[in-house]
Design a protein around this ligand. Structure first.
Ligand SMILES: *Cc1c(COP(=O)(O)O)cnc(C)c1O
Length: 406
Protein backbone atom coordinates (compact mmCIF):
# COMPACT_ATOMS: atom_id res chain seq x y z
CA UNK A 1 0.00 0.00 0.00
CA UNK A 2 1.35 3.41 -0.92
CA UNK A 3 1.83 6.02 1.77
CA UNK A 4 -1.00 8.19 0.46
CA UNK A 5 -3.40 5.25 0.35
CA UNK A 6 -2.34 4.21 3.82
CA UNK A 7 -3.12 7.67 5.14
CA UNK A 8 -6.56 7.52 3.56
CA UNK A 9 -7.11 4.07 5.02
CA UNK A 10 -5.97 5.15 8.47
CA UNK A 11 -8.52 7.90 8.57
CA UNK A 12 -11.31 5.31 8.54
CA UNK A 13 -9.75 2.24 10.20
CA UNK A 14 -8.39 1.77 13.69
CA UNK A 15 -4.59 1.80 13.64
CA UNK A 16 -4.11 -1.75 14.91
CA UNK A 17 -6.55 -3.09 12.33
CA UNK A 18 -4.67 -1.29 9.60
CA UNK A 19 -1.44 -2.90 10.69
CA UNK A 20 -2.85 -6.38 10.64
CA UNK A 21 -4.72 -5.90 7.39
CA UNK A 22 -1.88 -4.41 5.40
CA UNK A 23 1.19 -6.06 6.79
CA UNK A 24 2.70 -2.61 7.24
CA UNK A 25 5.02 -2.64 10.26
CA UNK A 26 3.47 -0.89 13.22
CA UNK A 27 6.53 1.31 13.50
CA UNK A 28 5.91 3.01 10.16
CA UNK A 29 2.30 3.59 11.10
CA UNK A 30 3.30 5.23 14.33
CA UNK A 31 5.52 7.61 12.41
CA UNK A 32 2.82 8.25 9.82
CA UNK A 33 -0.01 8.98 12.18
CA UNK A 34 1.65 11.92 13.87
CA UNK A 35 2.30 13.86 10.69
CA UNK A 36 -0.51 12.79 8.40
CA UNK A 37 -3.51 13.03 10.69
CA UNK A 38 -4.93 16.32 9.49
CA UNK A 39 -8.36 15.51 10.80
CA UNK A 40 -10.46 18.51 11.62
CA UNK A 41 -12.10 17.05 14.68
CA UNK A 42 -13.78 20.31 15.65
CA UNK A 43 -15.57 20.33 12.29
CA UNK A 44 -16.21 16.59 12.35
CA UNK A 45 -17.99 16.86 15.68
CA UNK A 46 -19.80 20.03 14.74
CA UNK A 47 -18.37 22.04 17.63
CA UNK A 48 -19.15 25.74 17.65
CA UNK A 49 -16.00 27.86 17.59
CA UNK A 50 -16.26 31.53 18.44
CA UNK A 51 -14.43 34.80 18.82
CA UNK A 52 -13.67 35.25 22.51
CA UNK A 53 -14.50 38.85 23.39
CA UNK A 54 -15.48 37.77 26.91
CA UNK A 55 -12.20 36.95 28.68
CA UNK A 56 -10.35 34.01 30.22
CA UNK A 57 -13.27 31.87 31.35
CA UNK A 58 -12.82 28.17 32.07
CA UNK A 59 -16.17 27.41 30.44
CA UNK A 60 -14.92 28.97 27.19
CA UNK A 61 -11.57 27.13 27.40
CA UNK A 62 -10.01 30.35 28.71
CA UNK A 63 -7.04 31.18 26.47
CA UNK A 64 -5.20 30.01 23.36
CA UNK A 65 -1.67 28.69 23.67
CA UNK A 66 1.12 30.35 21.70
CA UNK A 67 2.72 28.22 18.98
CA UNK A 68 5.92 27.95 21.06
CA UNK A 69 3.87 26.25 23.78
CA UNK A 70 2.15 23.90 21.34
CA UNK A 71 5.52 23.07 19.73
CA UNK A 72 6.92 22.31 23.18
CA UNK A 73 3.99 20.04 23.97
CA UNK A 74 4.45 18.21 20.69
CA UNK A 75 8.18 17.81 21.13
CA UNK A 76 7.74 16.63 24.72
CA UNK A 77 5.16 14.07 23.65
CA UNK A 78 7.80 12.12 21.73
CA UNK A 79 9.95 11.12 24.72
CA UNK A 80 9.79 9.34 28.02
CA UNK A 81 11.28 11.27 30.91
CA UNK A 82 11.01 10.98 34.69
CA UNK A 83 8.23 13.29 35.79
CA UNK A 84 10.00 14.24 39.03
CA UNK A 85 13.05 15.32 37.04
CA UNK A 86 10.83 17.51 34.85
CA UNK A 87 9.28 19.11 37.95
CA UNK A 88 12.75 19.60 39.52
CA UNK A 89 14.25 21.31 36.48
CA UNK A 90 11.21 23.40 35.54
CA UNK A 91 10.54 24.26 39.19
CA UNK A 92 14.07 25.63 39.57
CA UNK A 93 13.67 27.78 36.42
CA UNK A 94 10.26 29.14 37.45
CA UNK A 95 11.52 29.86 40.96
CA UNK A 96 14.41 31.84 39.53
CA UNK A 97 12.18 33.80 37.14
CA UNK A 98 9.70 34.68 39.90
CA UNK A 99 12.05 35.28 42.87
CA UNK A 100 10.80 32.22 44.79
CA UNK A 101 12.85 29.60 46.65
CA UNK A 102 11.09 26.79 44.85
CA UNK A 103 8.18 26.11 42.50
CA UNK A 104 6.11 23.36 40.91
CA UNK A 105 3.67 23.15 38.02
CA UNK A 106 0.18 22.16 39.10
CA UNK A 107 -3.06 21.32 37.26
CA UNK A 108 -4.23 24.96 37.40
CA UNK A 109 -4.35 27.54 40.19
CA UNK A 110 -7.09 25.63 42.00
CA UNK A 111 -4.82 22.62 42.17
CA UNK A 112 -2.00 24.86 43.46
CA UNK A 113 -4.32 26.00 46.26
CA UNK A 114 -5.22 22.42 47.23
CA UNK A 115 -1.68 21.05 47.04
CA UNK A 116 -0.12 24.03 48.81
CA UNK A 117 -2.67 23.76 51.62
CA UNK A 118 -2.15 20.00 51.83
CA UNK A 119 1.60 20.56 52.13
CA UNK A 120 1.13 23.06 54.94
CA UNK A 121 -0.96 20.50 56.84
CA UNK A 122 1.23 17.44 56.31
CA UNK A 123 4.75 18.83 55.89
CA UNK A 124 6.97 15.81 55.11
CA UNK A 125 4.96 13.39 57.28
CA UNK A 126 3.78 10.57 54.98
CA UNK A 127 1.34 9.28 57.56
CA UNK A 128 -0.39 12.67 57.57
CA UNK A 129 -0.37 12.72 53.76
CA UNK A 130 -2.32 9.45 53.78
CA UNK A 131 -4.93 10.82 56.20
CA UNK A 132 -6.15 13.93 54.34
CA UNK A 133 -8.95 15.11 54.35
CA UNK A 134 -9.47 13.48 57.77
CA UNK A 135 -7.82 15.94 60.13
CA UNK A 136 -9.23 14.44 63.36
CA UNK A 137 -5.73 13.63 64.64
CA UNK A 138 -4.13 16.89 63.44
CA UNK A 139 -3.34 19.71 65.82
CA UNK A 140 -3.41 22.48 63.19
CA UNK A 141 -6.64 22.42 61.18
CA UNK A 142 -7.70 26.02 60.61
CA UNK A 143 -7.12 28.63 57.92
CA UNK A 144 -7.75 32.29 58.67
CA UNK A 145 -9.48 34.22 55.88
CA UNK A 146 -10.71 37.82 55.74
CA UNK A 147 -14.48 38.05 55.39
CA UNK A 148 -14.23 39.90 52.05
CA UNK A 149 -11.97 37.11 50.75
CA UNK A 150 -14.24 34.27 51.84
CA UNK A 151 -15.74 33.43 48.44
CA UNK A 152 -16.09 30.23 46.39
CA UNK A 153 -12.35 29.71 45.95
CA UNK A 154 -11.95 28.76 49.64
CA UNK A 155 -13.43 25.41 48.67
CA UNK A 156 -9.97 24.59 47.30
CA UNK A 157 -8.68 24.94 50.87
CA UNK A 158 -11.55 23.14 52.63
CA UNK A 159 -11.05 20.23 50.19
CA UNK A 160 -8.17 19.23 52.44
CA UNK A 161 -10.38 19.10 55.53
CA UNK A 162 -9.33 22.55 56.75
CA UNK A 163 -11.85 24.78 58.51
CA UNK A 164 -12.18 28.46 57.63
CA UNK A 165 -11.99 31.03 60.43
CA UNK A 166 -13.34 34.37 59.21
CA UNK A 167 -11.95 37.70 60.47
CA UNK A 168 -12.27 41.35 59.45
CA UNK A 169 -9.60 43.44 61.17
CA UNK A 170 -5.94 42.92 61.98
CA UNK A 171 -6.78 42.79 65.70
CA UNK A 172 -9.37 40.10 65.08
CA UNK A 173 -6.87 38.18 63.00
CA UNK A 174 -4.22 38.22 65.74
CA UNK A 175 -6.82 37.11 68.29
CA UNK A 176 -7.96 34.29 65.98
CA UNK A 177 -4.47 32.79 65.82
CA UNK A 178 -4.24 29.76 68.13
CA UNK A 179 -2.34 26.48 68.14
CA UNK A 180 -5.02 25.23 65.71
CA UNK A 181 -4.05 27.79 63.06
CA UNK A 182 -2.35 26.10 60.10
CA UNK A 183 -2.37 28.90 57.54
CA UNK A 184 -3.58 32.38 56.56
CA UNK A 185 -5.02 32.86 53.08
CA UNK A 186 -5.22 36.04 50.98
CA UNK A 187 -7.36 36.34 47.85
CA UNK A 188 -5.56 38.98 45.81
CA UNK A 189 -8.57 39.95 43.68
CA UNK A 190 -10.42 40.78 46.92
CA UNK A 191 -7.44 42.72 48.25
CA UNK A 192 -9.06 46.16 47.81
CA UNK A 193 -12.19 44.95 49.67
CA UNK A 194 -10.47 43.59 52.76
CA UNK A 195 -9.34 45.68 55.75
CA UNK A 196 -5.96 43.97 56.07
CA UNK A 197 -3.53 44.77 53.26
CA UNK A 198 -0.76 42.54 51.95
CA UNK A 199 2.14 43.90 54.03
CA UNK A 200 0.29 43.79 57.33
CA UNK A 201 -1.11 40.35 56.53
CA UNK A 202 2.37 38.94 55.86
CA UNK A 203 3.79 40.68 58.95
CA UNK A 204 1.15 39.07 61.20
CA UNK A 205 1.91 35.68 59.67
CA UNK A 206 5.61 36.07 60.29
CA UNK A 207 5.10 37.38 63.83
CA UNK A 208 3.07 34.29 64.78
CA UNK A 209 5.00 31.88 62.58
CA UNK A 210 1.90 31.02 60.52
CA UNK A 211 2.46 30.35 56.78
CA UNK A 212 0.69 32.76 54.41
CA UNK A 213 -0.71 31.85 50.99
CA UNK A 214 -1.90 34.20 48.26
CA UNK A 215 -4.22 33.32 45.36
CA UNK A 216 -3.33 35.60 42.43
CA UNK A 217 -4.78 33.32 39.77
CA UNK A 218 -5.87 35.89 37.17
CA UNK A 219 -3.72 38.78 38.37
CA UNK A 220 -1.24 39.26 35.55
CA UNK A 221 -0.92 41.72 33.90
CA UNK A 222 1.00 43.50 35.33
CA UNK A 223 3.83 41.01 34.82
CA UNK A 224 5.59 42.19 38.02
CA UNK A 225 2.88 40.48 40.06
CA UNK A 226 4.66 37.22 39.22
CA UNK A 227 7.42 38.16 41.68
CA UNK A 228 5.81 40.93 43.73
CA UNK A 229 4.13 38.60 46.24
CA UNK A 230 7.20 36.41 46.65
CA UNK A 231 9.20 39.60 47.31
CA UNK A 232 6.57 40.73 49.82
CA UNK A 233 7.15 37.55 51.82
CA UNK A 234 4.14 35.32 51.16
CA UNK A 235 5.16 31.72 51.85
CA UNK A 236 3.08 30.32 49.00
CA UNK A 237 1.90 32.00 45.78
CA UNK A 238 -0.67 30.40 43.44
CA UNK A 239 -1.11 31.40 39.78
CA UNK A 240 -3.18 30.18 36.82
CA UNK A 241 -1.18 29.08 33.79
CA UNK A 242 -4.00 29.21 31.29
CA UNK A 243 -5.30 32.74 31.73
CA UNK A 244 -3.33 35.77 30.49
CA UNK A 245 -0.08 33.77 30.53
CA UNK A 246 -1.58 31.59 27.77
CA UNK A 247 0.00 28.38 28.98
CA UNK A 248 -1.84 25.06 28.98
CA UNK A 249 -5.33 25.58 30.42
CA UNK A 250 -4.76 22.60 32.71
CA UNK A 251 -1.64 24.11 34.26
CA UNK A 252 -0.78 26.53 37.03
CA UNK A 253 2.08 27.40 39.35
CA UNK A 254 2.64 26.91 43.06
CA UNK A 255 5.74 28.70 44.28
CA UNK A 256 7.27 29.76 47.55
CA UNK A 257 9.22 28.27 50.45
CA UNK A 258 11.32 25.26 49.62
CA UNK A 259 10.06 23.05 52.45
CA UNK A 260 6.41 23.82 51.65
CA UNK A 261 6.80 23.07 47.93
CA UNK A 262 8.50 19.78 48.79
CA UNK A 263 5.57 18.96 51.08
CA UNK A 264 3.05 19.93 48.39
CA UNK A 265 4.79 17.55 46.00
CA UNK A 266 4.41 14.73 48.49
CA UNK A 267 0.65 15.30 48.18
CA UNK A 268 0.77 15.30 44.36
CA UNK A 269 1.41 12.86 41.52
CA UNK A 270 3.42 10.81 40.77
CA UNK A 271 2.94 9.95 44.46
CA UNK A 272 -0.28 8.15 45.22
CA UNK A 273 -2.39 7.46 48.29
CA UNK A 274 -2.82 11.18 48.71
CA UNK A 275 -5.37 13.90 48.11
CA UNK A 276 -3.72 15.23 44.95
CA UNK A 277 -3.26 12.08 42.87
CA UNK A 278 -6.04 13.15 40.51
CA UNK A 279 -4.44 16.55 39.87
CA UNK A 280 -2.03 15.19 37.32
CA UNK A 281 0.17 17.25 35.06
CA UNK A 282 2.33 15.42 32.59
CA UNK A 283 5.60 16.55 30.96
CA UNK A 284 3.59 18.30 28.21
CA UNK A 285 1.81 20.66 30.61
CA UNK A 286 4.88 21.17 32.82
CA UNK A 287 7.21 22.04 29.94
CA UNK A 288 4.46 23.97 28.14
CA UNK A 289 3.86 26.00 31.29
CA UNK A 290 7.55 26.81 31.54
CA UNK A 291 7.77 28.01 27.95
CA UNK A 292 4.55 30.04 28.26
CA UNK A 293 5.83 31.76 31.41
CA UNK A 294 9.19 32.48 29.82
CA UNK A 295 7.48 33.97 26.76
CA UNK A 296 5.06 35.97 28.89
CA UNK A 297 7.82 37.50 31.00
CA UNK A 298 9.75 38.49 27.88
CA UNK A 299 6.75 39.96 26.07
CA UNK A 300 6.80 43.68 25.26
CA UNK A 301 3.97 44.52 27.65
CA UNK A 302 3.79 48.19 26.69
CA UNK A 303 3.38 47.31 23.02
CA UNK A 304 0.76 44.74 23.94
CA UNK A 305 -1.18 47.28 26.00
CA UNK A 306 -1.13 49.75 23.08
CA UNK A 307 -2.45 47.02 20.78
CA UNK A 308 -5.31 46.34 23.23
CA UNK A 309 -6.11 50.06 23.33
CA UNK A 310 -6.27 50.20 19.53
CA UNK A 311 -8.67 47.24 19.53
CA UNK A 312 -10.81 48.89 22.18
CA UNK A 313 -10.88 52.13 20.17
CA UNK A 314 -12.15 50.27 17.08
CA UNK A 315 -15.05 48.76 19.01
CA UNK A 316 -15.90 51.97 20.89
CA UNK A 317 -15.97 53.98 17.64
CA UNK A 318 -18.41 51.54 16.07
CA UNK A 319 -20.74 51.58 19.06
CA UNK A 320 -20.81 55.36 19.09
CA UNK A 321 -22.05 55.44 15.51
CA UNK A 322 -25.41 54.14 16.72
CA UNK A 323 -27.67 56.81 18.23
CA UNK A 324 -28.55 55.94 21.82
CA UNK A 325 -25.63 53.55 22.32
CA UNK A 326 -22.77 54.23 24.69
CA UNK A 327 -19.38 52.59 25.25
CA UNK A 328 -17.33 53.17 28.35
CA UNK A 329 -13.72 51.98 28.69
CA UNK A 330 -12.51 50.70 32.05
CA UNK A 331 -9.59 48.73 33.45
CA UNK A 332 -10.29 46.41 36.41
CA UNK A 333 -7.77 47.35 39.14
CA UNK A 334 -6.87 43.76 40.07
CA UNK A 335 -7.54 40.54 38.12
CA UNK A 336 -8.05 40.67 34.35
CA UNK A 337 -6.30 44.04 34.48
CA UNK A 338 -6.70 44.88 30.78
CA UNK A 339 -8.71 47.56 28.91
CA UNK A 340 -12.36 46.50 28.78
CA UNK A 341 -15.55 47.98 27.35
CA UNK A 342 -18.97 48.34 28.93
CA UNK A 343 -21.69 48.88 26.32
CA UNK A 344 -25.01 50.35 27.44
CA UNK A 345 -27.91 51.80 25.48
CA UNK A 346 -30.94 54.01 25.92
CA UNK A 347 -33.90 51.62 26.00
CA UNK A 348 -36.22 54.28 24.60
CA UNK A 349 -34.08 54.34 21.44
CA UNK A 350 -32.79 50.75 21.20
CA UNK A 351 -35.04 47.83 22.07
CA UNK A 352 -32.74 45.05 23.22
CA UNK A 353 -31.97 43.14 26.42
CA UNK A 354 -28.38 42.13 27.23
CA UNK A 355 -29.42 38.46 26.83
CA UNK A 356 -30.86 39.18 23.37
CA UNK A 357 -27.68 41.07 22.46
CA UNK A 358 -25.57 38.09 23.49
CA UNK A 359 -27.79 35.66 21.55
CA UNK A 360 -27.50 37.75 18.37
CA UNK A 361 -23.71 37.72 18.69
CA UNK A 362 -23.57 33.99 19.45
CA UNK A 363 -25.86 33.12 16.53
CA UNK A 364 -24.02 35.29 14.00
CA UNK A 365 -21.23 34.16 11.74
CA UNK A 366 -18.61 34.13 13.06
CA UNK A 367 -20.08 33.47 16.49
CA UNK A 368 -18.95 35.87 19.23
CA UNK A 369 -19.00 35.49 23.03
CA UNK A 370 -19.22 38.48 25.38
CA UNK A 371 -20.24 38.84 29.02
CA UNK A 372 -23.60 40.25 30.04
CA UNK A 373 -24.74 42.04 33.16
CA UNK A 374 -28.09 43.43 34.27
CA UNK A 375 -28.01 46.40 31.93
CA UNK A 376 -24.91 46.06 29.77
CA UNK A 377 -22.63 43.85 27.78
CA UNK A 378 -18.96 43.70 28.65
CA UNK A 379 -16.15 43.09 26.22
CA UNK A 380 -12.47 42.39 26.73
CA UNK A 381 -9.99 42.33 23.87
CA UNK A 382 -6.98 40.43 25.27
CA UNK A 383 -8.21 37.04 24.03
CA UNK A 384 -8.93 38.28 20.48
CA UNK A 385 -6.84 37.06 17.57
CA UNK A 386 -5.40 39.77 15.27
CA UNK A 387 -8.16 41.32 13.19
CA UNK A 388 -11.03 39.99 15.27
CA UNK A 389 -11.56 43.38 16.92
CA UNK A 390 -12.82 44.66 13.55
CA UNK A 391 -15.30 41.80 13.29
CA UNK A 392 -16.53 42.40 16.84
CA UNK A 393 -16.82 46.15 16.15
CA UNK A 394 -18.89 45.53 13.02
CA UNK A 395 -21.19 42.94 14.60
CA UNK A 396 -21.83 44.97 17.74
CA UNK A 397 -22.76 47.98 15.62
CA UNK A 398 -25.05 45.85 13.43
CA UNK A 399 -26.90 44.34 16.38
CA UNK A 400 -27.41 47.73 18.00
CA UNK A 401 -28.52 49.35 14.74
CA UNK A 402 -30.95 46.52 13.99
CA UNK A 403 -32.61 46.99 17.38
CA UNK A 404 -32.80 50.77 17.04
CA UNK A 405 -36.39 52.09 17.04
CA UNK A 406 -36.93 54.29 14.02
C1 LIG B 1 -9.34 31.19 37.87
C2 LIG B 1 -9.16 31.28 39.33
C3 LIG B 1 -8.82 30.14 40.09
C4 LIG B 1 -8.72 28.78 39.47
O1 LIG B 1 -7.66 28.72 38.56
P1 LIG B 1 -7.49 27.53 37.51
O2 LIG B 1 -6.18 27.85 36.88
O3 LIG B 1 -8.66 27.60 36.58
O4 LIG B 1 -7.48 26.27 38.30
C5 LIG B 1 -8.58 30.29 41.43
N1 LIG B 1 -8.70 31.50 42.03
C6 LIG B 1 -9.06 32.62 41.34
C7 LIG B 1 -9.17 33.92 42.05
C8 LIG B 1 -9.30 32.54 39.96
O5 LIG B 1 -9.62 33.63 39.27
Amino acid sequence: MKRRELIKYLSVAPVAGAAIGTGVPLESIASTVGTAAKRDVIKELGLRVFINAAGTYTTMTASLMHHEVVDTIEAASKHFVMINEVQDKVGAKIAEMCHAESAMVTAGCWSALVLGTAGVLTRMDRKKVSLLPDLSTFEKTEVIVQKAHNVGYVHALTNTGMKVVEVETAEEMERAITNRTAMMWFLNSSGPMGKIKHEEFVAIGKKHNVPTMIDMAADVPPVENLWKYNDLGFDLVCVSGGKAICGPQSAGILMGKKDLIAAARLNAPPNGGNIGRGMKVNKEEILGMYVALDKYIHTDHDAEWKMWEARVANIVNSVQKVAGANAEVFVPPVANHTPAIKITWDSSKIKLTPREFLKELQDGSPSIEVMTSQDAINITVFMLKPGEDKIVAKRVQEVLAKAALS
